[in-house]
Write a protein that binds this ligand. Sequence first.
Ligand SMILES: N[C@@H](CCC(=O)N[C@@H](CS)C(=O)NCC(=O)O)C(=O)O
Length: 209
Amino acid sequence: MMILYDYWRSSAAYRVRIALNLKGVSYGQIPVDLRLGEQSQEVHLRRQPQGLVPALQINEGEFLTQSLAILEWLEEVRPDPAMLPRDTTMRAMTRSLMNQVAADIHPLNNLRVLKYLVDDLGISDEQKTQWYHHWIGVGFSALEKQLVDGPYCMGDMLTYADVCLVPQVYNAYRFDVPMDDFPRIRAVYDHCLTLSAFAEAAPEQQVGT
Ligand SMILES: N[C@@H](CCC(=O)N[C@@H](CS)C(=O)NCC(=O)O)C(=O)O
C-alpha cells in the first residue's frame, strides 16, 4: 500500500490526498508535524530531500516528491478517471492553472518563507498578513478572469486545476483573505467540497489535527 507522508494543513499534501481519493487509490498516512520541525529531520530528508511535505512512498524505500509530479504520475498509472482533458489545448490550459497555484501563488506563502520574513528579516505579524493577502490577491485576481462557467475551473470537467485550487482557497479563508472579488473561485470551491474525494481530504478530517 502507498504511504503518504503529509501534514493536515499542508496544501501541497492536500492536493495529493484529493487526487488519490479521486483516483480511488487506498493509501496509508504518516503525519510529519511541521509545527515541530519534523520536515527537517534526517529521517524525513531521506524521503523528501528539500524538507517539505508531501512525499509518497510507492514501494519500499521508493518515494515520489513534488505534488504536481505526483499528480502527473497518478494520471499515468491510473488514467481513470481522467483528471486532464484529452484536448491538448485544454490540457495545457489546465496545467497552466495548476502551475499558477502551485508555482506562483503557493511558494510565496509557504511556512518557511513566512518564517524567514518574521524570524530573519524581522517583519511584524501585521506585515506578514499583508504579504500573504497581497500575493493571494494578485494570484486569485488573475485566476478569477480565467475561470469559465463552472461548476469546475475548466467548465464541466473536474480536473487537476480544481485539485490545486481548493487547498489554496482553504488556506486563503484560514488567513482571512477577503474573497468577495472572487465569486467564480468561491463557486468552484463550494461545489468541489460537496464531493467526497475533496471532503475526505480536508485538513480537519486528517489524523493529528
Ligand atoms: N512544490 C512543493 C511544495 C511543498 C511544500 O512547500 N510543502 C509545505 C507545506 S504546504 C512544507 O512542507 N513546508 C514546510 C516548511 O516550509 O518548512 C510541492 O508541491 O510538493
